[in-house]
Design a protein around this ligand. Sequence first.
Ligand code: GLU
Length: 448
Amino acid sequence: MPELHDSLSPLFDELLARNPGEREFHQAAREVLESLGPVVAMHPEYADAEVLRMLCEPERQIIFRIPWVDDRGRVQVNRGFRVEFNSALGPYKGGLRFHPSVNLGIVKFLGFEQIFKNALTGLPIGGAKGGSDFDPKGRSDAEVMRFCQSLMTELYRHMGEYTDVPAGDIGVGGRELGYLFGQYKRITNRYESGTLTGKGLSWGGSQVRTEATGYGLVFFVQEMLAAQGGSLDGMRVVVSGSGNVAIHAIEKITQLGGTVVACSDSGGYVVDDQGIDLDLVKEIKNGRRGRISEYPEARPGSRYIADGSIWDVACDVALPCATQNELDEASAGALIRNGCTVVAEGANMPCTPGAIRLFAEHGLRFAPGKAANAGGVATSALEMQQNASRDAWPFDYTEARLAGIMRGVHERCLTTAETYGSPGSYVAGANIAGFTRVADAMLAFGVV
Ligand code: GLU
């Protein structure tokens, strides 16, 4: 592990001691602190004001019981979380995740990442994350509805256009957001569109929000390639996952002349050298809520591999779009051996620190999620703008805004990395640019 700057080392030890067992939170915080050495050396005012100590402590953490009744009439009890991490730049903003792996450490890592990601977009949004250990897999629509209603019966009191604006994440898409907004509206007796993003187009949602994380990721990759005189045309791409981010990344890569040859779900992966048939993936995952193992039945020539790693599939560009720590050192080694040159994170923290180190040692260009997947939350901020002005923008205009924001994020990463002595490092650039924007606002506010 790289050393931390002298003034940051005690801070990290304190974070470990105060947050025992929260492995993913430790990992996310460590990565940011490793980048900040040159910043605290150049600007001792941040250390003097204990900005980092404040930043590592969430402003508010809410944990609550979510009781609900399943289709067989049995009472189920889940746990709900909302970690309102930082509101220096705007209302708390970040998604809700429904997955059995959700616990406080996971929500804190996601909320922490969200602070820097949101800052990096240049838009006025703070950082938060929430969710539940509820597993939507195999649950009926009615069960999902009752669960969402019970969750919102507590969460609504913490939300608001100027306070905290949740959205989706893993396990939370259009269906869940509909039930959540419906219950919010009923309890409060107010049609407050700006209190939740990712809404349906007929009830206050924004064009391009559904596509935004995947499209934004590909716009970012386009910038990375263009910076070296390349393009996506003719590139062989591997995209892990087959959820919202993966599907829209595949769509945009294909539009731009690349070929996606593999995608996956938690059960295994499919390889299709002709290029993944996106309509089929959408039908399986969104239509039937099925498994990617069903893909080869309808697509002769493709194959499904149940065990093993999708990162063994040779590619020029790798886009991990599934979940945290899905791409480890061994996977990174396989990608490098097979000639991959660009890796960009569509999921949050999918690459382990060891994998990222290997990419750097072998000269791959690597973009962390807080830069590369910022398009989702950025378009949420555009949704908030439209809601605040009671307006609805056309698709092409909104997509052009998203592309402009991703160009800005890319530019900010590279110029900041250069200024602080790590030219070409998107990790350093993203962490430092995100941090300085939040830290300057915190300095202005004093000890609050
Ligand atoms: N869950 C998404 C993310 O990781 C989007 C959050 C939002 O739109 O608020 O950035």
